[in-house]
Design a protein around this ligand. Structure first.
Ligand SMILES: Nc1ncnc2c1ncn2[C@@H]1O[C@H](COP(=O)(O)OP(=O)(O)OP(=O)(O)O)[C@@H](O)[C@H]1O
Ligand SMILES: O=c1ccn([C@@H]2O[C@H](COP(=O)(O)O)[C@@H](O)[C@H]2O)c(=O)[nH]1
Ligand SMILES: [Mg+2]
Length: 187
């Protein structure tokens, strides 16, 4: 008789098993800053979805103009574009622990990532910061980003509340959210 071996593959990327932590929070809440600190102490590789999209624009890819226009408007780039960039970055990196910063940005991003990669996050780090403080930080960032102007910042805040917060609520219902409360220097 045939022996049947059932292999349950969890979070496999090619032949490596990966641990993924999503790092979420409003624009300017400090995701990138804290990811750099975490990398130093916990051996993760930091993948910022926004940085990958900005690199794609710079590389002169055929999607570059579309991505740039979406970023200028604070809109969410189609899932397949972002997921492909994240997958490629994880495959070409030897590490098996990734901090994915600024993704998933909406429910469709979240479902598509889980369907395409079969990866679900170990947990979600959520940086909770007031809009007043985030606005102050973004206007003072001085990195020359096309979306760090008051008009786009307001659009990004709206997209965060309407589209990204539901993703955090989804993972919160699964007890996967670790919330970090950030206070401004005026509190
Ligand atoms: N705890 C903090 N206190 C004061 N300023 C901070 C703090 N954390 C980050 N900043 C500053 O706020 C700005 C935004 O931080 P950062 O780029 O890490 O945010 P982000 O969440 O990645 O933003 P975005 O979503 O726009 O990429 C930066 O100029 C950073 O130096
Ligand atoms: O998954 C993502 C991540 C980012 N975007 C677009 O990029 C900008 C900037 O992202 P940051 O995380 O602030 O660097 C964001 O406003 C979106 O327009 C995206 O579409 N999908
Ligand atoms: Mg960032």
């Amino acid at each position: 008789t045939a022996n049947i071996i059932l292999v349950v593959a969890e979070n496999m990327l090619g032949d490596k098993k990966v641990t993924v932590v999503f790092v979420l929070g409003g624009p300017g809440s400090g995701k990138g800053t804290q990811c750099s600190n975490i990398v130093e102490h916990f051996g993760f590789t930091h993948l910022s979805a926004g940085d990958l999209l900005r690199a794609e624009i710079k590389s002169g890819s055929e999607n570059g103009t579309m991505i740039e226009n979406m970023i200028k408007e604070g809109k969410i780039v189609p899932s397949e574009v972002t997921i492909k960039l994240l997958q490629q970055a994880m495959i070409k990196n030897e590490n098996d622990k990734f901090l994915i910063d600024g993704f998933p940005r909406n429910e469709e991003n979240r479902a598509a990532f889980e369907n395409v990669t079969k990866i679900s996050p170990a947990f979600v780090l959520f940086f909770n910061c007031s809009e007043e403080e985030m606005e102050r930080r973004l206007l003072g960032r001085n990195e020359g980003r096309v979306d760090d102007n008051i008009e786009t910042i307001r659009k990004r805040f709206k997209v965060f509340v309407e589209s990204s917060l539901p993703v955090i609520e989804y993972y919160d219902a699964k007890d996967k959210v670790k919330k970090v409360l950030l206070h401004s220097h005026n509190d």
